[in-house]
Design a protein around this ligand. Structure first.
Ligand code: ZN
Length: 336
């Protein structure tokens, strides 16, 4: 099925994907890329949760602190998903209690539902933001969290309401926003409808996840041009996985659509519990390197970030997959 997808130009099929009549942006129009972007490091959550070997709490804490040292100002440090579902992150409270981060770092935690939030609120003073997630397609949501999309939305509305009472910033994450491994196309109008409900529930930011790496750059540019029109009041964040090697191309497309907020994982850690094999967030170091080479500021010191990824390799006992770990930063000095 994937073989006959359009690969270039602006074929009508590509425009029909997501079947939305709301807008048909001219693909030739390119905005100025932003001069600075915000990056949220999600490796300690999206990455660690997919590691089969249990990572010691002290190692997690050390790696998170190394990430902060690189200048990252947004870090998703853990999740309050039930411990029996994701044992790897069952030490959420201990990680939050032990980690020492500069006040400039905004700490976020992933919250699956109201019960998870109640658990997190016992350590309320240790974080600043919550991330509540659901999938854009019914089948993925059902397989991932065992609920309908509508039930997830209702739960998130209550969760965000409670979080706002606690003066927590809320981010909504919409998984499989660019395509679903079970259902195929996900109507863009449906994705925006879900995002609008999250915004109405109090989300200051909505991230759109290409959870299994199905998105292509043309699709991404169209998507975010339309998303900015549809959701002008919300911070829009792109969360790409590099499953098929298109993550950074999709970043460029999102930049061209005016997006300046991204999520990524150091060392290209990460994945998704369903389906198996849906691996790999884009690597933060690859993202930072590309942006810096393009003259876009991130606030991140690449060498320090690579130190964190090398430390993660030692902890996990295997080489990680980012390009920068293999090749090192670009060096423009002439050699002979
Ligand atoms: Zn992800």
């Amino acid at each position: 099925m994937s073989e006959d997808r359009p690969v270039q130009g602006a074929p009508p099929e590509a425009r029909d994907r997501g079947a939305d009549t709301r807008s048909a942006p001219d693909l030739q129009v390119r905005g100025e890329p932003p001069s600075r972007v915000r990056i949220r490091e999600v490796g300690p959550r999206d990455g660690f949760q997919n590691e089969p070997e249990v990572i010691a709490t002290a190692d997690k804490v050390r790696l998170i602190e190394l990430l902060a040292k690189s200048g990252l100002r947004r870090i998703e440090v853990t999740s309050f998903v039930r411990s029996d579902l994701i044992p790897q992150l069952s030490d959420a409270e201990q990680v939050l209690a032990a980690v020492s981060l500069p006040p400039s770092v905004s700490v976020s935690v992933l919250i699956p539902n109201e019960r998870g939030l109640e658990r997190a609120l016992r350590v309320r003073d240790r974080f600043h933001e919550i991330n509540g997630f659901l999938s854009a397609s019914e089948t993925h949501n059902l397989r991932n969290v065992g609920r309908s999309v509508d039930d997830s939305l209702s739960g998130l509305e209550r969760t965000f309401g409670r979080a706002l009472d606690e003066r927590l910033r809320c981010e909504g994450v919409v998984s499989v926003a660019f395509g679903c491994p079970y259902e195929g196309q996900v109507p863009r109008s449906r994705v925006f409808e879900i995002a609008a409900r999250l915004a109405a529930a109090g989300a200051a930011e909505v991230a759109f996840g290409d959870t299994t790496g199905m998105a292509n750059p043309l699709q991404v540019r169209e998507f975010f041009v339309a998303a900015r029109e549809s959701l002008p009041e919300v911070e829009l964040t792109a969360h790409f996985h590099n499953t098929r090697g298109q993550g950074l191309a999709n970043v460029l497309a999102a930049l061209e659509a005016g997006i300046s907020s991204f999520e990524s994982s150091f060392g290209e850690l990460g994945g998704c519990p369903v389906p198996r094999g849906a691996t790999g967030n884009i690597a933060t170091e690859d993202l930072v390197s590309m942006l810096h080479e393009m003259g876009i500021a991130t606030g991140v010191e690449l060498g320090a970030l690579l130190d964190a990824s090398r430390a993660a390799q030692k902890v996990l006992g295997r080489p990680l997959r980012s390009h920068l770990l293999a090749a090192g930063p670009v060096d423009w000095r002439p050699r002979r």
